[in-house]
Design a protein around this ligand. Structure first.
Ligand SMILES: Cc1cc2nc3c(=O)[nH]c(=O)nc-3n(C[C@H](O)[C@H](O)[C@H](O)COP(=O)(O)O)c2cc1C
Length: 255
């Protein structure tokens, strides 16, 4: 089986690290590097590469293969991945100003990649104005990254309600209690809102899905698979298509 684990640093970076300012823990906190350390931080990728011949014809199938390997790492107590479905979702507002945040992938298939959020949140306001979105899966400990770019559209209400009902009771209440991305006066305000909801909907009572909460499905137009290799000669294989009606083309990009 391929060993995905990356060593902390390679031999050449160790000597650079020794020469780098602040490397001996100038942050003053054990194990916490100061800004000077960052230049010396690099992983030595030991994983095998990927070739065009290894890749599935379809990027969603290829994503499934890598996701299964990341999930197996997460399931293994000595594995190197924590939440394989955590992805960085980047949006841009109507003026093109970008913002990013971590969100959990809750499903994927031939139609796209699905996540759930608050429809009044900053990301949702961005997506209302500009549906272009990027999803980045940072499987760094495996020396891998996947970047999906495409457009997001709200899921149907039925799909949202189905997923909402599968959430733990506390998370259902949390979705009601939080006006995500808005400024609140204090933590107490949030806790009080949650307590009031918990009194109204005790454990075991069905919580309705909030109207301002739901899913987005990202239809991919490009999916890039990045595999770290030695000497920074990484593999980058990118599937692209013009639109959903055209076939995927696989291209290799220079690292
Ligand atoms: C590991 C992790 C998982 C998260 N999952 C979600 C999620 O599935 N949906 C969501 O709305 N926010 C999730 N968040 C919170 C978001 O990162 C973010 O704070 C929130 O969605 C508000 O983002 P916005 O103000 O940019 O819209 C998660 C955060 C972390 C660190």
């Amino acid at each position: 089986m391929t060993d995905f684990r990356a060593t902390a640093s390679d031999a050449s970076s160790a000597s650079e690290a020794a020469a780098a300012p602040g490397v001996s823990g100038a942050s003053g906190v054990s194990g916490v590097p100061d800004a000077g350390d960052l230049a010396a931080m690099r992983a030595h990728y030991v994983a095998e590469g990927i070739t065009e011949a290894d890749c599935a014809a379809d990027p969603v199938e290829q994503f499934g293969r890598w996701f299964a390997q990341a999930a197996a790492e997460a399931a293994d107590p000595s594995g190197v991945i924590h939440e394989p479905n955590a992805m960085v979702v980047s949006t841009a507002d109507a003026q093109g100003r970008p913002s990013s945040r971590t969100v959990l992938l809750k499903g994927y298939d031939a139609h796209g990649f699905v996540f759930f959020t608050n429809y009044d949140s900053r990301k949702a306001r961005d997506l209302d104005a500009n549906p272009h979105v990027s999803l980045l899966f940072p499987w760094h400990p495996m020396g891998r990254q996947v970047v999906v770019t495409g457009t997001a559209a709200r899921t149907g209400r039925d799909e949202t309600v189905r997923y909402f009902r599968s959430r733990p009771h506390g998370s259902q209440l949390g979705a009601w209690a939080s006006a995500q991305s808005s400024v609140i006066a204090s933590r107490d305000e949030l806790d009080a809102a949650y307590a009031a909801l918990a009194a109204r909907y005790p454990e075991g009572e069905q919580v309705p899905a909030p109207p301002h909460w739901g899913g987005y499905r990202v239809t991919p137009l490009a999916v890039e698979f990045w595999q770290g290799r030695t000497n920074r000669l990484h593999d980058r294989l990118c599937y692209v298509r013009e639109d959903v009606s055209t076939a995927w083309t696989l291209r290799r990009l220079s690292p």
